[in-house]
Ligand binder design. Structure first.
Ligand SMILES: [Zn+2]
Length: 527
């Protein structure tokens, strides 16, 4: 008879289970080489290891033959060993062990583990999660809770969208108006859509930003979980909140206020005047200083409504276009982005940009964040010259309804099969996006993200050939009980309904039919 295996998500590369067992208690010491301290601390915190525990029985050791981010986990009657060549590999070994221990607890403070040998490592180096805190703000503790769950799934990049039309969310000592004006909107947009015939908004002023000390605390917390943070300051479009405070940065200089509602505007940073670049350099220098990771997201999406201002209204922009022989506003945006890229490099950063801003003259060292369809020709050309992170709106936008993006669709998506065949080595990873126009609080964030994050994690970690949806869905059962125990408000709706599909592609947060149905199902479960 074969020994049953633990439910592990993301699925490991190789996993063999054996007959004998090993028992772990709070007396079981964790022995760890100093370079793997994060893994040791993570596991000891979970086990609540007694400080006076005796001989180590869970051992972390270095093994240079194990590839980067990989680990080898051996459990037998004599003890547990995790071998890795780097800190991240060791950490992922600790995470897998934690998931096995959670499934082995006997309620008396002991966990009897079945023996196993696991050899595991990721498909992609970028396994990302994005949270938009410009449209809505959730705060430090909510972010830490999301980071905790990312770590449990070996996701390693937290993309933090901190500036958009609706608000700038970082304390600024260099430009204090960014907080006094850009961090504040007159009221909070709660949900609905003009097209759908209903709108909901609170009457209260919405005023939020992170203190620098809070950001440093979150960066440090993420680092303890082997997660890098990639901040995003979106430009030259999606800058209404910035322009509201520093009107001289725009082409029109007409004055505006941080946006309360949703949508895309024409407002755009002027790419023809030097003072825009001087402002951006000071701003980016201040932000870069807070985030140690080398990558920085400069946005660059949905600026095209402003191109007619570049082309027809702004003399400064027209002058620069003529001097540089640029054919249109899109190319002026590319020039702008290249100059921002040069600034970021000065501060030791590498840039990431959304794909709709990328064209023929965009610097080759800018990583493309692919979200929206472009022509096959564009895709082939760009993928031949730059790195790609893949987040198609059709599969990885978790603000969309479950009817539009059910679990299975996320799980079965493969970047290579979606048009990047032959350029496999250009794809550094996949990432899900949580835009929050309709998502108003942490419960609604959790509804949109969970359980989809599990499908996403396996998508990013596990080789396509090793994936099987039915098997995944069976393993998800354990994680549902885990989420209930942790009081995570995961969606009980996994496929969505026909009705919801007809209504809109967006999940309308708490006002949406899917959210309400999930609440009802949750109540039933608790009875
Ligand atoms: Zn201009």
């Amino acid at each position: 008879m074969s020994v049953p295996k633990y439910s592990i998500i993301p699925k490991p590369r190789k996993y063999e289970a054996f007959e004998d067992t090993y028992t772990v208690t709070c007396q079981t010491a964790v022995l760890c080489v100093p370079e793997f301290k994060k893994a040791g601390v993570y596991l000891s915190n979970f086990l609540k290891t007694d400080k006076n525990a005796g001989d180590g029985a869970i051992k972390f050791k270095t093994d240079s033959s194990v590839p980067a981010e990989f680990y080898r986990l051996k459990i037998n009657k004599d003890g547990i060993t995790v071998s890795a060549s780097d800190e991240r590999g060791a950490f992922y070994g600790a995470v897998t062990l934690k998931i096995m221990l959670l499934q082995s607890k006997d309620g008396t403070g002991k966990a009897v583990l079945n023996s196993a040998e696991i050899f595991d490592g990721p498909r992609y180096s970028h396994r990302g999660a994005m949270l938009d805190e410009s449209r809505h703000f959730f705060g430090k503790e909510a972010v830490k809770r999301l980071l905790d769950e990312m770590a449990m799934l070996k996701l390693n990049k937290f993309h933090w969208h901190l500036s958009d039309d609706q608000g700038y969310r970082i304390e600024s000592e260099v430009f204090p108006l960014l907080n006094e004006i850009s961090s504040k909107r007159k009221y909070e947009f709660l949900g609905g859509d003009k097209l759908l015939g209903f709108m909901k908004a609170s009457g209260e002023e919405y005023f939020h930003y992170y203190k620098k000390s809070e950001i440093r605390e979150i960066v440090e917390y993420a680092d303890s979980l082997c997660i890098d943070i990639i901040p995003e300051i979106d430009m030259p479009g999606h800058t209404v909140a910035l322009i509201a405070a520093y009107n001289e940065l725009s082409c029109r200089k007409n004055g505006c206020e941080p946006l309360c509602e949703n949508g895309i505007t024409e407002e755009i940073l002027c790419a023809g005047q030097e003072k825009t670049y001087e402002f951006c350099e000071k701003l980016l220098a201040e932000v870069c200083e807070l985030f140690p990771y080398k990558y920085f997201h400069l946005g660059g999406d949905e600026a095209s409504r402003g191109f007619k201002i570049y082309e027809k209204e702004c003399p400064e922009c027209q002058k620069v276009m003529n001097e540089n022989n640029l054919k249109d506003g899109a190319q002026l945006q590319e020039l702008f982005v290249n100059r921002i890229n040069a600034i970021l490099k000065k501060y030791g950063k590498r840039a990431i940009e959304w794909n709709d801003g990328i064209g023929d003259i965009t610097d080759k060292d800018i990583t493309c964040h692919y979200w929206i369809n472009r022509s096959r020709g564009w895709l082939k050309k760009q993928a031949s010259i730059r790195k790609f992170i893949v987040s198609p709106v059709s599969h990885f936008y978790f603000d969309m309804s479950y009817a539009r993006i059910p679990l299975k669709k996320i799980y079965n998506f493969d970047p290579v099969k979606a048009g990047l065949a032959g350029l496999e080595d250009r794809v550094i990873g996949t990432e899900f996006e949580t835009w929050t126009e309709w998502i108003t609080d942490e419960n609604a964030v959790q509804f949109s993200v969970f359980p989809r994050i599990y499908a996403m994690a396996e998508n990013a970690w596990t080789e396509f050939e090793n994936r099987n949806y039915r098997d995944f869905y069976r393993r998800l059962e354990f994680f549902k009980s885990y989420m209930r125990a942790k009081n995570i408000n995961y969606s009980r709706v996994e496929k969505g309904s026909y009705k919801a599909k007809n209504r809109t592609s967006y999940s309308l947060g708490k006002f949406g039919s899917e959210y309400k149905l999930s609440e009802k199902l949750k109540e039933k479960e608790q009875k």
